[in-house]
Design a protein around this ligand. Structure first.
Ligand code: HEC
Length: 267
């Protein structure tokens, strides 16, 4: 009885230390103080299909994510590392890729007069950027630069959850926290005053496969797509890793058998 009592007391003390530690950490956050969120909005996905040894992309989801990117995010964000023909790796047919590329225009080679005219995009073309340069992009967004999304899921600390955190991180600011005009409170943005209005609304796109385009669904699909753009060779790399481990196991067994054979007479 006494043991359980002191144990529970110790556990309570540890809990208190832990709780005050996290609270202190939250308060010490960038821009913290009154603007620190009381609680963080839940993550949309605890585990993504592309994590782990057998990781792979959900190809259908990634293709839907491309639809969301091109219909919503592409108004502000470039995707410089992505060419239309990359969609083939997700199972899009050549006709589908040609069809979607033709909806866009890219600058043609300069003609004989040195003039650059636009031409319809081809599968080998990169996805065209919405703004001619970064200054124009920032100027159109109240001074905040929409970053290129090609490596967004590789270059940030929270990695695979970064896009879902940011898209799901909008909430009312805590009491006493003033957010400047044109900024939006986002629990996952450092400093909390975020220069991007919530970009997704229910049904913002219409999916060809009939999947209902809820905000949560579009967020998941975007994550699959942007993870694919950031690392298109992930599936090959992981399959290779599994093959190598398999090979090493077989090699170990063989070496063991050979060793036994060689030493048999000696024993
Ligand atoms: C109307 C323009 C606009 C649209 C549309 C838009 N964004 Fe943004 N986005 C911005 C701007 C501006 C910033 C930079 C904000 C800042 O730094 O305060 C930004 C920043 C971001 C960031 C970076 C956050 C960070 O860590 O710095 C991510 C991720 C992002 N956007 C994702 C998306 C996705 C995904 C979509 C499509 C669903 C989208 N955005 C649509 C303008 C836009």
């Amino acid at each position: 009885m006494r043991i359980t009592k002191s144990l529970s007391r110790a556990m309570a003390a540890a809990g208190f230390l832990l709780a005050s530690g996290t609270a202190a950490m939250a308060a010490g956050d960038a821009g913290g103080g009154v603007c620190a969120p009381k609680s963080m909005p839940a993550h949309t996905e605890p585990h993504w299909s592309f994590q782990g040894v057998f990781g792979h992309y959900d190809h259908d989801a990634a293709l839907r994510g491309f639809e969301v990117y091109r219909n919503v995010c592409a108004a502000c964000h470039s995707l410089k590392l992505f060419a239309f023909r990359n969609l083939a790796e997700l199972g899009a047919t050549e006709d589908e890729i040609k069809g979607v590329a033709a909806l866009y225009e890219v600058p043609d080679q300069p003609d004989d007069e040195g003039e650059v005219k636009p031409r319809p995009a081809r599968p080998a073309d990169r996805f065209p950027s919405p703004f001619p340069n970064e200054k124009a992009a920032a100027a159109a967004n109240g001074g905040a630069l929409p970053p290129d999304l090609s490596l967004i899921l590789k270059s940030r600390a929270a990695l695979e959850n970064h896009v879902s955190n940011i898209l799901g991180g909008y909430m009312a600011p805590p009491a006493g926290c003033d957010i400047p005009e044109g900024k939006f409170y986002n629990a996952y943005f450092p400093g909390y005053a975020f220069g991007m209005a919530p970009p997704l609304t229910e049904g913002a796109v219409e999916y060809n496969d009939g999947t209902p385009a809820t905000v949560a669904q579009m967020t998941k699909d975007l994550t699959q797509f942007l993870a694919f753009v950031a690392e298109p060779t992930l599936e090959e790399r992981k399959q290779m890793g599994v093959k190598v481990v398999f090979f090493l196991i077989i090699l170990t067994v063989l070496l063991f058998l050979v060793k036994r054979q060689v030493w048999r007479k000696v024993h």
